[in-house]
Design a protein around this ligand. Structure first.
Ligand code: FMN
Length: 361
């Protein structure tokens, strides 16, 4: 099972939901990036479940940086972060009853029963803690370069919310918010929907919008390593992500004259009047905000009874999933999206400007 992405900076994930822990190996990172352990802890807190709209599993996420950092700075050697598991409850999982729309069945087919099925094993959303820790290494360096990333909730179930402006203050506010929401009324509507689904033994999905500002024009390669391709590849790695789109929503409905981003001059610089392309043309950044929307499906593990098949006896049975699950993954996924976007951007900057791109050394 190969589990990595990145061209200049390679990110590999390891671990299982109910094993010793989860972690990340970052290879190719520049030397001299200041590592802020409080910021890593803070980012992990934003991913951690909280309140009634999340799973009851509580992990302290006491991460350990095992290599690649010395005297508070990256050394340039492979950087490994390990996050131990402390609150796993494996008795909630039955090896032979695959949860509908989780990865239990496909993992069994691929790994012939050798997979660690407990809590979804290596397919668990828990592994995203490692992505968030990795993202927290590069996000401060990107901010130093004037690059800001924020992801906010655009839709939960059938309830949509307005887009936010793509400016530094808003993106920082949303990045710092508990759930990717900066309007209290929106938050209470979201909480209501999620709690109602949970009370019904069900779950809900939604959409998130991510914006990255401050990028130079010229990042990304044509064709298969374009900005859209690289972001999409990494974002589709996040469990429960089913769709990603860049630029204007429903761009298919716009005519050429509506969709085209017309060039204008601002302070002597070529910019576009609109940003329907989401900051990317020909796979390459044009200097406008890179904007994408991600659809996250409803959590598969629900207590409502559903049909499944016992993989050992081949009997049709019903399953009500026990254990502690998020009734909605969307609020927790947004910090994972920020982190993944940051890692892809850091990689693309390193490809274009060299191994010291993140430090300017
Ligand atoms: C942050 C996060 C938390 C998740 N928590 C749960 C959970 O509590 N229960 C669950 O069934 N799925 C959860 N998932 C989703 C599953 O891991 C995912 O649906 C499953 O691995 C199958 O992958 P797929 O949906 O991409 O096909 C979570 C995903 C993320 C990103």
């Amino acid at each position: 099972m190969k589990n990595s992405f990145g061209n200049a900076i390679n990110i590999s994930l390891f671990g299982e939901s109910h094993g010793a822990g989860v972690g990340v190996l970052i290879d190719g990172i520049a030397p001299g990036i200041k590592v802020d352990e409080d910021f890593i802890a803070h980012q992990l807190t934003l991913r951690r479940p909280a309140g009634k709209i999340s799973t009851a599993r509580r992990e302290p996420d006491n991460f350990v940086i095992q290599s690649g950092v010395f005297n508070g700075y990256t050394t340039g050697a492979p950087l490994c972060i390990f996050i131990p598991n402390t609150d796993a409850r494996s008795s909630d999982y039955t090896p032979d009853l695959p949860r509908p729309s989780h990865a239990d069945f496909t993992a069994r087919e691929k790994y012939h029963g050798f997979e660690d099925y407990r809590g979804g094993g290596h397919f668990s959303g828990r592994i995203t803690a490692a992505l968030v820790a990795a993202g927290a290494i590069v996000i401060p360096a990107l901010r130093e370069m004037g690059i800001y990333i924020g992801t906010y909730i655009k839709q939960i179930s059938n309830l949509g919310f307005s887009s936010l402006p793509h400016d530094k203050e808003t993106l920082l506010a949303v990045a710092e918010s508990d759930y990717g929401v900066i309007n209290e009324n929106d938050l209470s509507a979201i909480t209501d929907i999620i709690e109602r689904a949970a009370a019904n033994g069900d779950s809900v999905g939604g959409k998130l919008e991510t914006a990255v500002i401050g990028l130079p024009a010229g990042l990304g390669e044509p064709w298969f390593d374009g900005v859209e391709s690289q972001i999409a590849r990494a974002v589709f790695g996040i469990p429960a992500v089913k769709e990603i789109s860049f630029g204007a929503e429903d761009i298919s409905m716009l005519s050429g004259s509506q969709a085209n981003d017309q060039f204008v001059l601002k302070d002597g610089k070529i910019i576009t009047e609109t940003n329907n392309s989401g900051g990317v043309q020909g796979g390459i950044t044009n200097g406008m905000p890179v904007v994408f929307r991600t659809t996250v499906k409803a959590t598969p593990s629900i207590s409502k009874e559903q049909k499944t098949v016992n993989m050992a006896t081949l009997e049709e049975v019903t399953l009500s999933v026990k254990g502690r699950h998020d009734p909605c993954i969307v609020p927790r996924a947004r910090i994972v999206l920020d982190s993944v976007a940051a890692l892809v951007i850091a990689d693309m900057l390193t490809v274009r400007y060299g191994s010291d791109a993140l430090t300017g050394k």
